[in-house]
Design a protein around this ligand. Structure first.
Ligand code: UN1
Length: 509
């Protein structure tokens, strides 16, 4: 089969962008190439945001914030509701753009846009529930309460693998909280960002004059634009998703200017398969979590601890899923594993497999598959059966590699699962209530997400999402994550005629 001519996919991308409302000048003749990992074809060349433009966008976001903070929160929620409506009507086109730019299969592209719709609807409801406490006070005729106020412009730095959903987790919540948003997407996925910006602008136009200009800004380009967001004192919060290395650069710079960070960094997620596990359910969960999105989710399953009594029974099924899964063009029906994002991802995967091989591991799969010519990187997902948790296993490699280890006692399995620098997501497969509860308890998983009888990936937006240790500690999306996007004021009111001082202090003038 001869490779698809690059104009075919480029023309489809241009038609999609046009339908999504992106003006053609935004993606013609610029300096930033946008490629599709499906064939490696050049889709467009985008004009990059200059440093001056980035600084001006931050200034405008600050001015927009000063107005937006005074718009009542439920009215702010209405803008997010309209954004959700735009996303609903553009779902198929935007999902297709996600597939073209990231190589996700069609169903996962649709799922990513659904995640955006979900958070918009969640945030709209939240806009009527941004509540603070009323607290008892030790003083007569006093009242004490907490008020939550808008914080300021929020910087969002997002990664290629969830190129639009991660923006929406932050933006939908930030907007109802009364903040403006400045977004620096991955330079590997700028076209989906242009599309989302265009959909936001449609929603803002329908919303009317209450939405100030520059409320949501987009910076297209490389790392230097992210650095501007991280360093600018006008940006009190930066939510950054990416590698732990990126977080090490961002965290200290934010700390140096006392800004807040929501860091969502590397994961090295594990599943424990206990003797009582429903193996039929477990192997399907393992297949999705480890091979889905070609192993390029921060929540992807990377380590599997299997009880020695059921090792062979489980691994027979897992191996057959690995050898039969269809790897190929993610636009095709039946394909479950698309391409890696680029050559560097392929190189990192091969280096990790070489290291495992050198330490005596038995490897199934992992080889490159020719699907669409030399510029596209397709691989068969790799199963690596290994005796010990080596340094290579303890590191996150953003590729479909599943390291499999045996265990004998639950204590040992929990110890091994926690014995990595990262702490994002985890799961146990068991029908034994004691094991399940132990895994979820204080002496169990040390991760931000811990599940029973489902894999570590594919979280819903209603929960707080994020992880511990080198994952960075941030929480996004649901639950009370909104509090990071607001500032808290503690208010004490005296409605009496006396002035009692706290702690019984006397000060009579
Ligand atoms: C990511 O990979 O950065 O839980 C986010 C999941 C998705 C989000 C992943 N809802 O797998």
């Amino acid at each position: 089969m001869s490779p698809e001519p690059s104009e075919v996919i480029a023309n489809e991308a241009k038609a999609l962008l046009d339908r999504l409302g992106v003006v053609p000048s935004a993606f013609a003749d610029g300096g930033l190439p946008a490629r599709s990992p499906i064939t490696g074809a050049l889709l467009a060349s985008l004009r990059e945001t200059s440093t001056d433009e980035a600084n001006a966008a931050i200034g405008q976001a600050r001015a927009a914030f000063l107005e937006w903070r005074n718009v009542p929160a439920p009215r702010r929620g209405e803008l997010v509701r309209l954004l959700g409506e735009e996303l609903r009507s553009a779902k198929v086109d935007l999902a297709r753009m996600v597939t073209l730019e990231t190589g996700k299969i069609v169903s996962e592209g649709l799922g990513e846009v659904q995640e955006m719709i979900d958070i918009c609807e969640y945030a709209m409801g939240l806009s009527r529930q941004l509540s603070g406490l009323t607290l008892t006070t030790e003083r007569r005729r006093h009242r004490m309460m907490e008020t939550w106020h808008p914080l300021g412009p929020v910087g969002v730095i997002s990664a290629f693998n969830f190129p639009v959903a991660v923006w929406s987790w932050n933006a939908a919540i930030a907007l109802v909280c009364g903040d403006s948003v400045i977004w620096k997407p991955s330079e590997k996925t700028p076209l989906t960002a242009l599309a989302v910006q265009a959909l936001f602008e449609r929603a803002a136009a329908r919303f009317g004059a209450d939405a100030p200009a520059g409320l949501c800004a987009l910076l297209i380009g490389g790392r230097e634009l992210g650095e501007i967001l991280v360093s600018d004192p006008r940006v009190p919060l930066v939510s950054a998703t990416g590698s732990t290395a990126m977080g090490r650069a961002v965290g200290p710079r934010l700390a140096a200017r006392f800004a807040r960070g929501i860091l969502e960094l590397g994961g090295n997620n594990a599943a424990i398969i206990a003797p009582s596990a429903d193996l039929d359910l477990a192997y399907r969960a393992i297949a999705f979590a480890a091979m889905g999105t070609a192993g390029q989710r921060c929540t992807s399953l990377r380590r599997l601890f299997v009880h020695t009594d059921i090792y062979d029974a489980l691994m027979t099924r897992v191996k057959s899923a690995y050898t039969s899964v269809v790897v190929g063009d993610p636009r095709r029906d039946g394909v479950l594993v698309g391409p890696l994002i680029d050559a560097a991802a392929f190189g990192a995967m091969q280096a990790a497999l070489d290291a495992a091989r050198a330490s005596g591991a038995a490897i199934t799969g992992g080889e490159r598959i020719s699907v669409a010519g030399d510029d596209a990187y397709y691989v068969r997902p790799a199963l690596v059966e290994i005796d010990v948790q080596t340094e290579g296993v303890r590191r996150e490699t953003f590729a479909p590699i599943l390291y499999v280890m045996r265990y004998s006692t639950l204590d040992e399995a929990i110890h091994l699962q926690n014995d990595v620098p990262q702490g994002l997501s985890s799961s146990i497969f068991t029908l034994n209530m004691r094991e399940a509860e132990t895994f979820l308890s204080a002496e169990g998983s040390d991760c931000g997400v811990a599940n029973v009888n489902i894999g570590p990936s594919g979280a819903e937006i209603g929960g707080a999402f994020g992880g511990e240790k080198e994952t960075g500690g941030g929480r996004e999306a649901g639950s009370d994550s909104w509090k990071a996007y607001m500032r808290r004021a503690t208010n004490t009111l005296n409605y009496g005629t006396d002035l009692p001082l706290a702690q019984g202090v006397e000060f009579d003038v």
